[in-house]
Ligand binder design. Structure first.
Ligand code: NAD
Ligand code: DAU
Length: 334
């Protein structure tokens, strides 16, 4: 029986991963450590209340005592998803990004070193490379993060690597592209846009709408992380790409079309500060190891839009709470 510590398991990707793990690996136990920030939501895991192999701990990855207590119970594998994740929020106030993404990762690495875990998966991001006009980033390319979120993730990414290089802690680092799918907090481009459209509101497109992101279905990301727990080589970095590079405006038009809205619901607004133009990953390393994504982009996008249509209660509760005040302020600023 392998015991996993999944951090940030009440968030978007983390909750999808907890579900993936418990259904795929019958011989595992999962401890989910989550601070329940604005982005953490136990409703994402409501179906696991009676699952004996699953345990939830409310706590901060930057809290040494709390983290030590969990490792004391015996942890084999750590998957560190916990982070502040929204670029716009990091531009407004980077403090929590440094505390969680950098210092919190350090606290986990130290505990993992003290207790000797078998694998530590650090969930990094393609944003650490910065923007690229042509071509695609490889794992060996230099990091050039351009906003406080990606800079804090780059710090954590390299700190994790240093624990391999210095202490031989068995660390594997993943750098995935933009995820989409069920349970994504409705502040990110696709989740915000679909829920806005369902509310009869507009999609706010930053700048000229021609920024490019590579979209990865969250189920594929979870499968890649699970694959790397077994197959990832210690001390290595793996790009996880969706292989679906699209301009934001293209995605917006597709969402409007699928939901039978009016193209007038696409509204151009003031650009994000320092907005990265294009993200692009070369994922050959992971392919050579034996993994590639399964989902077709359009099918996964349509299924995601269907999910938000069917799960109004989930996102309406979020959008009528603290999100409302935050978003109204953002909208006025633009
Ligand atoms: P999210 O914002 O939906 O969830 C983050 C979770 O972490 C929340 O449940 C939150 O409560 C928890 N958390 C925050 N601070 C914490 C702390 N100090 N201690 C414990 N828990 C804390 O994020 P997400 O989109 O699911 O991203 C998960 C991870 O994947 C992040 O590390 C992110 O950088 C990385 N990532 C995300 C994407 C993407 O497109 N969303 C792509 C590549 C990598
Ligand atoms: O690339 C991986 C990263 O993807 C993750 O590491 C981050 O945690 C995640 O937040 C995401 O970052 P982005 O900044 O790429 O995602 P976001 O959904 O905020 O924006 C996607 C694109 O859409 C980007 O070009 C900005 C644009 N955008 C975003 C929002 C929220 C809009 O045009 N309008 C919007 O309202």
């Amino acid at each position: 029986m392998q015991k996993y510590l999944v951090t940030g398991g009440a968030g978007f990707i983390g909750s999808n991963f907890v579900h993936y793990l418990l259904s795929k690996r019958k011989d595992c136990q999962v401890v989910n450590l989550d601070k329940l920030t604005y982005a953490g939501n136990l409703e994402n895991l409501a179906d696991l209340k009676m699952e004996a192999r699953y345990q939830f701990v409310k706590g901060d990855i930057a809290d040494e005592a709390c983290v030590d207590q969990i490792f004391k119970s015996g942890i084999d594998v750590v998957v560190n998803f916990a982070a502040e994740t929204h670029v716009d929020r990091s531009i407004e106030n980077p403090t929590d990004f440094i505390k969680t993404d950098v210092y919190g990762t350090y606290v986990l690495l130290e505990a993992a070193r003290r207790y000797g875990v078998k694998k530590f998966i650090q969930i990094s991001t393609d944003e650490v490379y910065g923007s690229i006009e042509k071509g695609s980033f490889r794992e060996t390319d230099p990091l050039m993060p351009r906003n406080p979120y990606s800079a804090s993730k780059a710090g954590a990414d390299r700190l994790a690597y240093s624990y391999w290089a210095t202490y031989q802690l068995p660390v594997v680092i993943t750098r995935a592209s933009n995820n989409f799918g069920p349970y994504q907090y409705p502040e990110k481009f696709i989740s915000l846009s679909v829920t806005n459209l369902l509310e009869g509101k507009t999609i706010p497109i930053y700048g000229d709408g021609r920024n490019v992101r590579d979209w990865l279905y969250v189920g594929d990301h979870c499968a890649a992380v699970d694959f790397l727990v077994d197959q990832g080589k210690d001390g290595e970095v793996y790009n996880v790409a969706g292989g679906n590079e699209k301009e934001n405006i293209e995605i917006a038009k597709e969402m409007v079309c699928y939901l039978k809205g009016s193209q007038d619901s696409i509204q151009f607004v003031k650009d994000r500060l320092g907005h990265d133009r294009r993200y692009s990953l070369n994922a050959d390393k992971l392919k050579v190891l034996g993994w590639k994504p399964k989902s077709s982009f359009l099918t996964a996008l349509h299924e995601t839009l269907d999910w938000y249509q069917k799960n109004e209660v989930w996102w309406k509760k979020i959008k009528s709470g603290k999100f409302k005040q935050y978003y109204q302020k953002q909208y006025e600023l633009r």
